[in-house]
Every structure is written in structure tokens, then in C-alpha cells.
Design a protein around this ligand. Structure first.
Ligand SMILES: O=P([O-])([O-])O[C@@H]1[C@H](O)[C@H](O)[C@@H](O)[C@H](O)[C@H]1O
Ligand SMILES: [Mg+2]
Ligand SMILES: [Mg+2]
Length: 287
């Protein structure tokens, strides 16, 4: 691993586990909350602190590597995924949960080379669950191999999704009508944990059969996408095209049949790509 990608995953695991202590010790405390793109897009001092510590620890070891971090981008840093080795970091995925002490929060880190994810780590801090996958090496939860359910029949699926921070009419009506369309198929159930990264990892465990989301960012799903793929699942765009972590649309599923069916049923609302500052669609861009 270290020779091909220049990054050593056990070090990264350690870094993530150490930062989870910071998240957990702040979890029960009162937090100062600031708003970002909408009244439901929150940030705390802990999000910023964890991201800074992670970036500085990794940069110390790999000074040539690049970073895409949620809170650095929110602070104005340009978001660009290049061929260079790049770490994509969400210091707390599930900040709304974190603020409310709803017990699903994760640290998510993906590492890319030539724009291809080499490994992904999602640590669900309160549950003490470390999801991990390396390209071609399988997916694991706390060291045990993960396998997607392989379910082919949409009417027997549990589908996970998120109502994100968007509060405009078009986004809200599209999100609610998508849920309604799936329930009418019918599916067995629709769920949301409040962290895209952990939601998507449920597909890797087989506990859920599919996940879809419109409007999330690359740092929310970069790590969990490789975890789903390495667990034997399928990841694609909601329009049925190839997965593009910058498109802000994703379907992760137990099989191509289920992913295709969801792509046929749901609709997307406009949102600017993560790597395009102002695409002119009229919707919100990055943060
Ligand atoms: O802001 P954050 O808590 O890192 O990430 C958010 C969470 O993943 C949430 O579940 C999802 O609905 C939002 O779209 C994300 O932005
Ligand atoms: Mg997030
Ligand atoms: Mg976050």
C-alpha cells in the first residue's frame, strides 16, 4: 500500500481513532453552533478542530499530498480533485446529530490517487464501528469482512436516504415525492440515520439494500462509496450513469438491478457540482 499510493492505512486508522476521542468528549457538552448554507447546515468548533488536527497530522507525514476538507472548503478553500494524492475529509459527518446528541456521528476519510479512491475509512464514533475498505482488498467492519445483501428485488428492500440541509421548495418536494414513489413500489422500508457516510455503510453490511442521496458533498460519501463497492455492492449516479463523487448524486445498492430500479423511480433536483463554483442552475453550490 505505502509503495503504490504513498499512504499507510493503519496510521490513518490510528489518526481517526484518536480524533474520535475529541468527538466523543464533546458529544455530551453544550456546543456553539454556527450556520453555513442553510438554517439546517450546522458547524461547531469540534468539526473545525478535528479537521485541522487530521490535516496537520497527515500533512506532517505526507507533505506533498493535497486535501479536500469540508470545513476548509466552507472557510473558502478552493475545491479541486486532481490526479495528485488527495485526502477527502469529513471531520464530523452528522453534525446535526452531534449537536442534538443523536448517537450517529462519523469521521470519514478517503484517499485518492489519479482521482480514483484507494481506500476509505468511516468511523462511527458512538457505535465504535470502524468501516474500512481498500481498493481490491475487500471491505471490513471492525476487522470482519462485509458483504452487501445481494438483494435483486426492489420490493424486498430497505432503502436508506437523507433529507439534507436543503429547504427550498423544489428540493423538498422532490425529496418527499421520491420517498413516496419508493414506498408505493412498495419497498419494505425507508430509513435515515442522519449521516450519509454511516447510512451508506449500511448497504455494505447488508443491513440495508440501497441508499440514495441528492445534494450531499464528496466528503460525505467518498469513503463509504469504496466500502460499498468492496463489499460487492454497486455505486452509481442517480441518473444511472457512472458514479462521480463530485456530482452530488449517488445510489449505492446491493445489486445493479436494485440500483437501476431506484434510478428509474427517483428524480433529482438541481444542485451545483462540488467542483463547480457557480454552475448557473440557480441552486446552492458548495456550502
Ligand atoms: O454536514 P455533515 O453533517 O458533515 O453532512 C451531512 C450529513 O451527511 C447528513 O446526513 C446529510 O443529509 C447531509 O447532506 C450532509 O451534508
Ligand atoms: Mg458530512
Ligand atoms: Mg461534516
Amino acid at each position: 500500500m505505502s509503495r503504490t499510493s504513498g499512504a499507510h492505512t493503519p496510521d490513518t486508522h490510528l489518526c481517526v481513532l484518536l480524533q474520535s476521542e475529541v468527538v466523543l468528549s464533546a458529544f455530551q457538552q453544550h456546543k456553539e453552533v454556527k450556520l453555513k448554507s442553510s438554517p439546517a447546515d450546522l458547524v461547531t468548533e469540534t468539526d473545525q478542530r478535528v479537521e485541522k488536527i487530521l490535516i496537520s497530522a497527515i500533512r506532517n507525514r505526507y507533505p506533498q499530498h493535497r486535501f479536500i476538507g469540508e470545513e476548509s472548503v466552507a472557510a473558502g478553500e478552493h475545491l479541486e480533485l486532481t490526479d495528485s494524492p488527495t485526502w477527502i475529509i469529513d471531520p464530523i459527518d452528522g453534525t446535526v446529530n452531534f449537536v442534538h446528541r443523536f448517537p450517529f456521528v462519523a469521521i470519514s476519510i478517503a484517499f485518492t490517487v489519479n482521482r480514483q479512491t484507494q481506500f476509505g475509512i468511516v468511523y462511527s464514533c458512538v457505535e465504535d464501528k470502524l468501516f474500512y475498505a481498500q481498493r481490491g482488498g475487500g471491505a471490513f467492519l471492525n476487522g470482519e469482512p462485509l458483504h452487501a445483501s445481494g438483494q435483486q428485488d426492489i420490493s424486498r428492500c430497505v432503502v436508506v436516504t437523507e433529507i439534507g440541509a436543503e429547504r427550498d421548495d423544489v428540493a423538498l418536494s422532490t425529496m418527499t415525492s421520491n420517498i413516496r414513489r419508493l414506498l408505493q413500489l412498495p419497498v419494505h422500508g425507508v430509513r435515515a440515520l442522519g449521516t450519509a457516510a454511516v447510512d451508506m455503510c449500511q448497504v455494505a453490511t447488508g443491513g440495508a439494500d440501497a441508499y440514495y442521496h441528492i445534494g450531499m458533498h464528496c466528503w460525505d460519501i467518498a469513503a463509504s462509496a469504496i466500502i460499498v463497492q468492496e463489499a460487492g455492492g454497486v455505486v452509481m449516479d442517480t441518473d444511472g450513469s457512472e458514479f462521480d463523487m463530485m456530482s452530488r448524486r449517488v445510489i449505492a445498492a446491493s445489486s445493479a438491478a436494485v440500483a437501476d430500479r431506484i434510478a428509474q423511480v427517483i428524480q433529482a433536483f438541481p444542485c451545483c457540482r462540488d467542483d463547480e463554483d457557480n454552475c448557473g442552475c440557480g441552486a446552492t453550490g458548495v456550502n
